[in-house]
Write a protein that binds this ligand. Structure first.
Ligand code: NAD
Length: 351
């Protein structure tokens, strides 16, 4: 039986705890804000060590989604669903249908999308029980894989950073080190190759990075060296935490601009350390908004072209870099202040 518990959490419009004994579903859905529009965010499936950790993740990620959507100029708020289970073992039709019922219970305040551990096919099952789902597979009429759009946003952001540092947006003949040649990293490498950049490519899946390097006339670099290569731009496109107290002193790039989420291990400390080293950092949730933009434009607005929104990523970064220079404050902290002002927190529950 599906059990839904409303949780009272300060600073969040609505958070529910979800349990379904029949399918074993244990999940949280957090709606950070719907001030700018319905909250949209991926469903994450991960075996957390505790329910507390799963809840914390849903809160942190839903807030990040609010900031990302607001800064990308989308009429969306931030939400997130987190299933506490191992995606390799616990997936079942019943589990995703039960989650669909929980999403339906929120009556459109939360719109689900894909995140780690979830495939478009899983989303298709969720969509059997609720229409509040985006990013279903192309065969179901959805916008499908967001990675090409994310990569387009990253390259636009790199051009904005290049213009700020070198006075010209061109990436021709620049050496760019990409950490992680997964979905985003691969599309990014292909676009950069077309722009005439020289590529240094790395992945813990060495065969994959080597293959791509061969195809694009790039060089393979070992994963433990990629961040410290002599290059113009370092692009973290793997997991979070690439920028930390160990790696920051070793970075030789002038610009850091990549698609990975949560690039700082400790945002306040590490963003200041980068600034003191004179390295320009493009805030992750600004530069990697292309995938969310695609969902919004194609699945929600039902339009085709995402170009104006992708362009806006560059415009936002221009503003953030200028302000960062003027106020001697790291770009990520400037972005946070701008985003917070856009998402003027309105709670529906009198807190
Ligand atoms: P992915 O899983 O397809 O690719 C990640 C790649 O990084 C994998 O090939 C993995 O082997 C590699 N990797 C892991 N640790 C590494 C390390 N230490 N050194 C080098 N390579 C390493 O994921 P993705 O969809 O390409 O996403 C990449 C990042 O971008 C993630 O942080 C994700 O949250 C973020 N992001 C992705 C999208 C999107 O549209 N896919 C949108 C926004 C943000």
């Amino acid at each position: 039986m599906l059990k839904i518990e409303e949780l009272d959490i300060k600073g969040y419009e609505r958070v529910i705890g979800v349990r379904d004994t029949a399918s074993g579903l244990k999940a949280f859905i957090a709606v950070h804000s719907t001030v700018l529009g319905p909250s949209l965010g991926g469903i994450r499936m991960f075996p957390f060590t505790s329910q507390k950790r799963a809840l914390e993740d849903s809160l942190r990620l839903s807030k990040a989604m609010s900031y990302k959507a607001a800064m990308a100029g989308l009429s969306l708020g931030g939400g997130k669903a987190v299933i506490n289970a191992d995606p390799a073992k616990a997936k079942s039709k019943a589990l995703f249908q039960a989650l669909g019922d929980a999403i339906e219970y929120l009556q459109g305040a939360y719109i689900a999308a894909e995140d780690s551990g979830i495939s478009p096919q899983d989303l298709n099952v969720v969509s059997q029980r609720t229409k509040h789902v985006t990013g279903t597979s192309a065969s179901k009429g959805g916008s499908d894989d967001p990675s090409p759009a994310t990569a387009r946003g990253v390259i636009t952001g790199m051009q904005s950073a290049a213009k700020f540092i070198w006075k010209k947006p061109s990436l021709r003949d620049k050496t760019i080190a990409i950490q992680g040649t997964g979905q985003v990293g691969t599309y990014l490498a292909q676009l950069l190759h077309k722009e005439g950049a020289h590529l240094l490519l790395s992945d813990i899946n060495e065969a994959r990075a080597r293959r791509l390097a061969r195809r694009l006339n790039g060089e393979f670099v070992s994963p433990n060296l990629i961040h410290q290569m002599d290059c113009d731009i370092y692009a973290p496109c793997a997991l979070g935490g690439a920028l930390n107290s160990k790696t920051i002193p070793q970075i030789r790039a002038c610009i850091i601009a990549g698609g990975a989420n949560n690039q700082f291990a400790e945002e306040q400390r590490d963003s200041v350390a980068l600034m003191h080293r004179g390295i320009l950092h493009a805030p992750d949730y600004i530069i990697n908004a292309g995938g969310l933009i695609q969902l919004y434009v194609q699945d929600i607005l039902q339009k085709r072209s995402i170009n104006p929104w992708i362009k806006q990523i560059g415009v936002n970064l221009d503003t953030i870099f200028q302000k960062s220079l003027r106020l001697k404050t790291p770009p990520i902290q400037i972005a946070n202040a701008l985003a917070k002002a856009l998402v003027r927190m309105k709670t529906t529950r009198g807190k």
